[in-house]
Each structure stands twice: as C-alpha cells, then as structure tokens.
Design a protein around this ligand. Structure first.
Ligand SMILES: Nc1ncnc2c1ncn2[C@@H]1O[C@H](COP(=O)(O)OP(=O)(O)OP(=O)(O)O)[C@@H](O)[C@H]1O
Length: 445
C-alpha cells in the first residue's frame, strides 16, 4: 500500500474530530490544534499549552478513534512536547493539494438547527422546498446576502436532507473557489472527464459564493456548461452569493440570466429576537454549563452585524468564563465584548420609548395625542403598532412597561401590535421599508 499523504490525513482527521465533538468544544479547544507530522501511524500534533493538557486528559480517546478512522487500526495521536524542535522539512499546516477534495459537509448544519426569523423566512422555506422536491420547486434557487447570515448553513441543510431523505439521490456541495481549483487542476492534468463526471452526474449541485466566478473567463464558461447540462437533465441547482445576480457586474450576461431564471431570495441581518433564539439554542445544545440568560440578552443586544460574529462572541464569553473560572454573567459578557469590540462600548445607548414615539410620529405624520389615543383610524393605528414593535425590538422593556407607556394598554395589546407589524412587514414591501428606515434612524440595525 502507498504511504498516506500527510495533507490528506490531516484534512480528514480534522473533519472527523469536528464531527465527534460539539461546536463549543471544537471552537474553544480543539480548533486550535495544529498538525506537525505523520510519523508512521502516529499523527503528531501541536497545541498551545492550555489546550494540550486539557485535550490529552479529556479527549485522548476521541483523538485516537479519529486517527484510527483515518489512518487505520492501531493508529494513535501524540502531542509534540512544547520544546520539541519541529522536523525541518515538515509543514505545520499542509497546503491544499491542487485537486482539493470537496469541502466537507457539516452534519450539524441542518434545517432543524436553523432558526427562522423575518430576515430569513423566505430563504429557509425555499431551501426546504428544493430539498424536499429537487428540480421541481424553484430551479435554480439563488440565495444572496451579506456574509455570516446563514447561506452556507442552508446549502449544507439541503445536502444533508437529500442524503438522509432523498431515496438515493446525490447532492454535491462545493464552493466557487473549489470548483475553480478543480477545474484548473483538471485542465493541467488532462483530467477533464473525471472533473465533468464529478459535477455533471449529481441530482443536486450546491455552489457557495458564486460571486468568485466573475472575472475568471474559462471557469465561468465551464460553469455555464455544467449549469446547462444539469438544468436540462432536471437536476437541482442552488447557488449563493454576497450580492444579487444583477449586481454581479463582471459576470457574463448569459450566466447572470441563468441565475435570475429561478427564484432569487435574500437573507438579511437577523432581528434581536432571532439573535436571542440562536444564542439560547446554542447554549442548550452545546452543553456549555450555566449561562445567565441576561448574558445572552447582552450579547444579542450588542452583536448585531451577523450570526457568525454572534456565535463567535458567545464562544469567547464562555471560553473566558471557563478559563478564569468565573460564572457567565452579563457583567462578564460586557467585559469580554468591550475587549473584543471596543467600538461597541462607545455604541449609542438604545433609544427610550419616548424617543421611539417621537420618531414614529414624525415618520408617519401623526400627533403624539393620536399615537397615544385609542383611535383606530389610519395612519395613527398602524403608527402605534409600529412604535410598540420598535419599543419591543430596541429597548428591552417588558410588554407591560410598553403598554403603560402607550396610554395604559394591556400587555396583550402590545403583543398583538408586534405580531401585526411583523405580518404586515412580511406582506407589504412599503411597510417593511418604512419600519426599517425608522429602525435605522433610531439606531437599530
Ligand atoms: N438562522 C440561523 N440559525 C442558526 N444558525 C445560524 C443561522 N444563520 C446563521 N447561522 C450560523 O451562523 C454561522 C455563519 O453562517 P453561514 O456560514 O451559513 O453564513 P454565510 O451567509 O454563508 O456567510 P458567508 O457568505 O461568509 O459564507 C454558521 O455557524 C451558521 O450555522
């Protein structure tokens, strides 16, 4: 048998390890482990001091099991001693090979794990529909939006769903970059038949970050042919990008037209309620110990850029608590986040309910008296509902407090107002724009 390639061993070992532990353990501890060399059937690893001791005492069994899965029976793992000189010719982080393997599917990225909110409801529904009936619902499905808002999560969810429930259908997940690397390597090695078979023989092709295809004329051309062959054969295509097809300036028109021919939907920044649900879900699933609910509220309030940053903040807060032996409270979270994102500590204080009422009156052209009255005539009635919704989104005040500030109303009235506003925003683009511009002017996202 030929010698296993160290780069491949390391790549697969990391993939196995990631699957074997929960996300927090991975991010806090094991992600920081590096590769040193493959010594026979022993994988030699590097790690910072705090990680080495902890991983050796608590994860030796898991590490060895992953080594056996990848290298074979009897394979083990060893951590290099802190003062052990690295073998001169060995790369610590192996470079990807020219024919990089397909990016691994993360089994944890499923529809069940995806938290639905107003910002991603359509994208989620469309992704689920194509997973259930590939090639029949929307083809292609094009999901776009800024980084870190769940596009990759949805692609993995579709692939995982098809593998599990697709009755033998095949799904291939890749990124535009991997596709490009494969294509270039296949051209160089005269291996185009294998390349074509890999992409054209599937039932579902999922391609992340297609904006990277632009300006690579040959790859774009190859992708165009791949797209056409699959589409004509009734296979499902799902694509993601950080922008709309019409904004992909450097892309050839014919490919842009293909991208626009099915359903194009976007994911937007998550609202506070969605952010909080995501944090609660992670804490419940990852078994990270006691976390004060107020710590989660604080993280949800402060980290609103994207979900990746939100999860990163949670992991750091928990890691800091665990490394210093301190309970994870709102105070600890504030301390960690102030160090992490100094600009956040300078962030404007949230608006008061009165400021929200004043801003809403101005935006809707109604008087404060009308806003606080019981009048059901428009536009006062909708303005009142919007102001209650914004008070709930932006201030963290309880429903009864908000009710009192709006002429002593019951908390169920406030809840109803929040629901009505959300429903109206989902069905009425103008209302959506109005509420969002008000939200921005009041200092929300
Ligand atoms: N609605 C959601 N529910 C649960 N987790 C989410 C949600 N949205 C995003 N995440 C998580 O946030 C992280 C970042 O999401 P993801 O990688 O899918 O973003 P992306 O939009 O593909 O970003 P990029 O464009 O940078 O690739 C992932 O860990 C993902 O699981």
């Amino acid at each position: 048998m030929s010698e296993p390639d160290p780069a491949t061993v390391w790549h697969r070992f990391r993939g196995e390890l990631r699957k074997a532990v929960n996300e927090s353990t991975w991010h806090i501890w094991l992600e920081r482990i590096g590769f040193r060399e493959l010594d026979g059937t022993t994988i030699v690893l590097d790690a910072p001091d705090d990680v080495r001791g902890w991983a050796q005492s608590r994860f030796a069994r898991v590490l060895n099991a992953c080594a056996e899965t990848v290298v074979g029976p009897g394979a083990t793992v060893r951590f290099a001693a802190p003062d052990e000189v690295p073998a001169p010719a060995v790369r610590r982080e192996p470079a990807p090979r020219a024919t990089a393997p397909a990016p691994a599917l993360n089994p944890r990225l499923t529809f069940d794990q995806f938290v639905i909110g107003e910002s991603n409801r359509l994208a989620h529904a469309a992704a689920l529909a194509v997973a259930e009936t590939p090639g029949l619902a929307y083809n292609p499905l094009f999901i776009c939006g800024p980084p870190g808002l769940g596009k990759t999560h949805l692609l993995h969810s579709i692939a995982n769903y098809v593998h599990e429930h697709g009755g033998g259908m095949t799904a291939r997940y890749t990124t535009a970059e991997t596709f490009t690397d494969h294509f270039v390597a296949a051209l160089q090695n005269g291996d185009m038949d294998a390349f074509k078979a890999a992409y054209r023989g599937v039932d579902v092709l999922l391609v992340d970050d297609v904006q990277f295809l632009a300006r690579r004329a040959k790859t774009e051309q190859e992708f165009f042919h791949t797209f056409n062959v699959l589409h004509q054969a009734g296979a499902q295509l799902v694509l993601t990008s950080d922008r709309l097809p019409r904004d992909m300036d450097a892309l050839e028109d014919r490919l842009r037209e293909r991208f626009e021919a099915g359903l194009v939907c976007d994911v937007r920044p998550a609202d506070r309620a969605t952010r909080l649900t995501i944090l609660r879900k992670r804490v419940a699933q990852d078994d990270v110990g006691e976390v004060d609910p107020q710590a989660l509220e604080l993280i949800a309030d402060r980290v609103d850029a994207n979900i990746r940053a939100l999860e990163g903040a949670l992991i750091r807060v928990i890691a800091f608590g665990s490394l210093t032996g301190r309970p994870v409270t709102a105070e600890l979270a504030a301390e960690v986040l102030a160090g992490l994102y100094p600009e956040l500590s300078k962030k404007k204080a949230p608006p008061t309910i009165t400021e929200i009422q004043e801003g809403t009156c101005e935006a809707f052209g109604v008087s404060m008296d009308a806003l606080l009255s019981a009048s059901r005539t428009q536009p006062a009635a909708f303005a009142r509902q919007v102001a209650m919704y914004l008070a709930r989104e932006l201030t963290g005040a309880t429903l009864p407090t908000i009710g009192r500030a709006f002429g002593n109303r019951n908390h169920t009235t406030v809840l109803h107002a929040c629901r009505r506003t959300t429903e109206r925003m989902a069905s009425d683009r103008e209302a959506y724009e109005a509420v969002h511009s008000l939200l921005r002017s009041l200092g929300g996202h």
